[in-house]
Design a binder for this molecule. Structure first.
Ligand SMILES: Cc1ncc(COP(=O)(O)O)c(C=O)c1O
Length: 443
């Protein structure tokens, strides 16, 4: 079923069931079959590589039922905080299918991963020293080192992790760095993995391939230096860019594999086990956000729709509109596409700052109070990672299944209530600042 039809069907069901409307004016949706299809495409593209762990980057969609769906579809997962580790375990991922990255792991996090048998990639050489001290005898964790191949950035600086001054990994071209990395491996026979993540959205495939070719060559160099076959796996990170301008999936996972193979033919020849860490490319196009238009007004001759989708569900789009444009469609209260005349309109959110606008002067059918707007391709890093400004509640998220001409919804995340929000904002400590500051922790 074409994407736009799926969206219409889901909107119709959601408005009829009341999960989207006045009581719940902004909602996220995930297309269950779409997610499965994306995972299949990923597996197919790497089918010729003998040993691969495709680890979904949890940050892209930290919702337990989505993680469970991905586990069921044969994925592992990549985590980058104690919270993400717990989400992965709650979703049922086996520890050996979890990879822990993060540039600031505490000793407690490292100890937990090593005890459970979760793989981890040290961000720097100081972290390796900590691992030396914390690694229990017989730990089953695969341990790697993240390097920064310093091949440069893409079009979005904040998403580019292989720049000369990136905060991630060991900067390989810095004076003496390669020698220190080689020596770190020589001293630690249990260090068997190399990791790089060149960047995310905005990084073109040739740049990613160049960085991963450097990773492969480093692995060969280290093995030669230590005089044994020590590096057994390469963790290639994620970063396949997503096309946010129409329904087509481009580039594809096949394009990615082709780019890697063209640049470094031996990279995927099976000599090394491979880990991937894709996030956005698996989920973005399989999710959308729907929001109610609360009012429509004119300001300085411009039409503005005041909706309930703003920076709380689209923080990057609001603060960096050129880097993160989202497609928007206009629908009536029943979910059917609007057919009113097309005019330029700002689609604004509910937050109290002027920049809270998800689309500026966008050509859209004239919106009215009670209509719906859909923000497409927002299945990754949007409603699943809300921003708490203005104490807006986390919106509900629903899984969508299209079956036998019908559309079914299943709750993924219950909408946060205002009572929960008050509780989370310190309500149990209401008088804490008036009581003379008794003993620490008392309120
Ligand atoms: C180490 C690492 N791996 C994987 C990813 C996922 O990247 P993407 O969602 O672009 O595939 C990220 C994103 O920040 C990352 O930092």
């Amino acid at each position: 079923m074409p994407h736009q039809e799926k969206v219409r069907a889901a909107l119709g069901r959601a408005t009829r069931e009341g999960v989207l409307g006045q009581d719940h004016p902004v909602v996220g949706f995930i297309d269950v079959q779409g997610v499965r299809d994306s995972v299949t495409a990923l597996h197919e593209a790497f089918a010729h590589v003998p040993a691969v762990l495709h680890a979904f980057a949890v940050k892209a969609c930290p919702l337990v039922p989505v993680l469970r769906l991905l586990a069921d579809a044969g994925m592992g997962c990549e985590v980058a905080s104690p919270g993400e580790t717990r989400l992965a375990l709650a979703a049922g991922f086996a520890p050996e299918h979890i990879v822990l990255d993060s540039p600031a792991k505490t000793r407690a996090e490292i100890r937990e991963a090593l005890t459970l048998g979760i793989a981890l990639n040290a961000d720097n050489l100081a972290e390796l020293d900590r691992i030396d001290a914390l690694r229990p005898d017989g730990s089953r964790s695969v341990i790697g080192l993240r390097v920064n191949p310093q091949v440069g950035g893409g079009t979005i600086a904040a998403m580019s992790t292989a720049t000369p001054h990136s905060k991630f990994g060991v900067a390989l071209d810095d004076p003496g760095a390669r020698a220190r990395v080689r020596e770190a491996f020589r001293q630690r026979p249990w260090l068997t993995r190399l990791h790089a993540h060149v960047g995310s959205q905005g990084c073109p495939l040739p740049l990613i391939a160049k960085g991963l070719a450097a990773l492969h060559r480093l692995a060969e160099e280290i093995d030669e230096y230590v005089g044994r076959r020590q590096i057994t796996s390469l963790d290639l990170g994620g970063g396949l860019p997503v096309n946010f301008s129409d329904d087509s999936v481009t580039p594809t996972y096949h394009d990615y594999v082709q780019a890697l193979t063209d640049t470094e033919p031996a990279l995927l020849d099976g000599r090394y086990e491979v880990v991937t860490e894709f996030g956005r490319s698996l989920l973005a196009k399989n999710g959308f956000t729907a929001a109610v238009v609360e009012y429509v007004k004119e300001s300085g001759g411009r039409r503005i729709a005041l909706t309930h989708a703003g920076a709380q569900v689209a923080v990057r789009t609001v603060f960096m509109p050129d880097a993160w444009p989202v497609r928007i469609t206009a629908h009536g209260p029943d979910g059917l596409p609007k057919t009113t005349r097309v005019v330029p309109q700002d689609v604004a959110g509910p937050l109290c700052f002027a920049g809270d606008v998800v689309a500026h002067e966008r050509l859209l059918p004239e919106l009215s109070e009670g209509d719906l707007v859909v923000l497409h391709d927002t299945g990754a890093y949007y409603f699943s990672a809300p921003w708490a400004y203005n104490s807006l509640p986390r919106p509900g998220v629903y899984g969508v299944l299209h079956r036998d001409g019908d559309v079914l919804l299943a709750p993924i995340r219950t909408p946060q209530t205002v009572a929960e929000l008050v509780e989370e904002s310190g309500a149990t400590h209401t008088v804490a600042l008036l009581t003379g500051f008794g003993s620490p922790g008392s309120s």
